[in-house]
Design a binder for this molecule. Structure first.
Ligand SMILES: Cc1cc2nc3c(=O)[nH]c(=O)nc-3n(C[C@H](O)[C@H](O)[C@H](O)COP(=O)(O)O)c2cc1C
Length: 178
């Protein structure tokens, strides 16, 4: 069986920070191919002093069980993510099959996305959207910028789930599980 060499974590970090890579792949083609990977759909939220913010996110994933870590990638130069980063506590709302409209609202740039959407604050204050299939809330532990995205690691401090079916995203379209 092949084994993986253990690297000095500092060395590995430096290698990531110094990553310089020029891609020859066409962006639209890259996006189209990546779209073949089926995912659920989440909305990442935070409560800024001015207003609640949030964005639709399919890069959410489990990272570590002990400790309880999750991760997601966020466009570094977006509207909502830099604001959420400043707050330091984020909510992750895993959407149900009935929440496609919410995925579309939060998938558009800008603010004031919460108008007409039911939500309540989690224990740490992050907006938890009514009707979501599951909610997580946690503290941002680590962020590294790679390309045009930030990779974000969050320590989960509150988790809750409900019965229902997930919203699914595949090749640029929404569906439920068949
Ligand atoms: C299904 C779906 C999945 C998405 N996944 C991500 C993601 O993982 N990370 C990200 O930064 N943007 C993702 N987006 C795009 C953002 O939601 C979009 O850029 C949004 O405008 C960001 O909100 P903001 O302008 O308020 O920051 C996704 C959009 C959709 C519709």
């Amino acid at each position: 069986m092949a084994t993986c060499n253990q690297r000095d974590p500092l060395e590995a970090r430096e290698a990531l920070d110094n990553l310089e890579f020029v891609s020859s792949i066409d962006v639209a083609r890259f996006k189209e191919v990546l779209g073949h990977f089926v995912t659920g759909v989440a909305v990442v939220t935070a409560a800024t002093p001015e207003e609640p913010v949030g964005f639709t996110c399919q890069t959410f994933g489990a990272l570590s069980l002990e400790p309880s870590l999750i991760s997601f990638s966020a466009v570094s130069a977006s509207h909502s993510w830099p604001r959420a980063r400043e707050v330091g506590v984020v909510g992750v709302n895993i959407l149900s099959s009935e929440q496609e409209a919410i995925a579309r609202v939060f998938g558009k740039p800008g603010s004031a996305k919460f108008a007409g959407i039911g939500w309540s604050p989690g224990p740490g204050g992050a907006p938890l959207i009514d009707g979501a299939l599951a909610h997580l809330e946690g503290r941002i532990e680590f962020v590294t910028t790679q390309g045009d995205h930030d990779i974000v690691v969050v320590a989960a401090e509150y988790v809750v789930s409900h019965l229902g079916a997930p919203l699914v995203f595949y090749r640029g379209g929404f569906s439920g599980l068949v």
